[in-house]
Write a protein of this length. Structure first.
Lengths: 172, 172
C-alpha cells in the first residue's frame, strides 16, 4: 500500500498568526522514505510533460524543486525573495492579504522558449505562484504547469491560476 | 573529462555590498548536467559516511542538501532563519561582521544519536556553519562533517570548525 503522505504533515495552530492552521512539512522531510515517495509521485505526475527546467519558489519550494530537477536531469532556477539575487534580474510585486510582496528571478535563469514547471511546497491563495508565472513568462519561458506538495483548497488559489495545469500530492 | 564546475559559477562584483565578490550558483543550477555532476561529487565524497540525515542551511543549502538526502535515501532537516519555524524549536545567535544573526531548528527535526551531515552552498566565515553544528549537537545529533559547493578559503571559515570533516567541490 502506498504511504499516506498526509500523516507526515504536522498541523500547528496560530502560525504565523492567530487563526492560521499551519501545515508543517518537517516530519515528511525527516523521513527518508516519505520524502522519496513524495518526489516519486511528483515525477509520476509529470512523466508525460516535456520539461526543460524546474523553477522552485524560495525557500521550501527549493526542497522539492531541486531534487525533482535532478531526477528529471534538467536545470533548476530560483524564484527568490527581494534583494537576494546579485545579477541582472526582474521583479514582480503582488498583493498579500495585508500589504504586498516581491519575488525575483535572474534574467538569464530562463532561456526563451524553455518549457517550465513551477514547484512549491504549498498552494495557498496563489499570489506567489501567479507572480512566478509572470516572471517566467516575462523571460520567455513557457509555463507547462505548477505542482505543489500541499494544496489548501479552501483558499481557492487555483482561481488566480486560470487555465493552468495545477497538481498537488496532498489536499486540505 | 569531468566537468569543470567552476566554469558554472558567476562572479558578481559588489554584492551584497561594496568590495564583496559574490559567487553566484545560478549558471550551475541552470545546467542539468552540471547540477547532477555536483550532486554526484557530493555523493562520492560522502560514500563511506554512515549518514542518518542531511541538514540543509536556508536557503541555498536546501538546493543541494535536499537532493543529496534523496539520493542517499535518508531524511532531511532544515536549519532556518529566525521566525520561520512554527513548532517547538531551538535557536542559536551568532556574530556577523556587523551585528548578529539567528538560526533555528525544530526540536524534533533531529533524533538523539542520529548521524548528521550539514550541507550549504558556500563556506565563508564559518559562522552559520558553526551555529548549525551547535543546533544539531544540542538536539543530540552527531555531526559527521560538513560539505559545501564552494569554499572561500581566504575567509578561513575552517578555523571556526576545528576538528570537523569539511569538504568542498570548488575553492577560491
Amino acid at each position: 500500500m502506498p504511504l499516506d503522505l498526509k500523516q507526515f504533515i504536522r498541523s500547528v495552530q496560530d502560525f504565523p498568526q492567530a487563526g492560521i492552521l499551519f501545515r508543517d512539512i518537517t516530519p515528511l522531510l525527516g523521513n527518508g522514505e516519505a520524502f522519496q515517495s513524495a518526489l516519486s509521485r511528483f515525477q509520476e505526475l509529470l512523466k508525460d510533460e516535456k520539461i526543460d527546467k524546474v523553477v522552485g519558489i524560495e525557500s521550501r519550494g527549493f526542497i522539492f524543486g531541486a531534487p525533482l530537477a535532478e531526477r528529471l536531469g534538467v536545470g533548476f532556477a530560483m524564484a527568490r525573495k527581494a534583494g537576494k539575487l546579485p545579477a541582472d534580474k526582474i521583479s514582480v510585486e503582488y498583493d498579500l492579504e495585508y500589504g504586498t510582496n516581491i519575488i525575483e528571478m535572474h534574467s538569464d535563469s530562463i532561456t526563451k522558449g524553455e518549457r517550465i514547471f513551477i514547484i512549491d511546497d504549498v498552494l495557498a491563495t496563489g499570489g506567489t505562484a501567479n507572480a512566478t508565472i509572470t516572471l517566467v513568462e516575462q523571460l520567455g519561458g513557457e509555463v507547462l504547469g505548477l505542482a505543489f506538495l500541499i494544496e489548501l483548497k479552501f483558499l481557492e488559489g487555483r482561481k488566480l491560476l486560470p487555465g493552468r495545469a495545477v497538481y498537488n500530492l496532498i489536499e486540505y
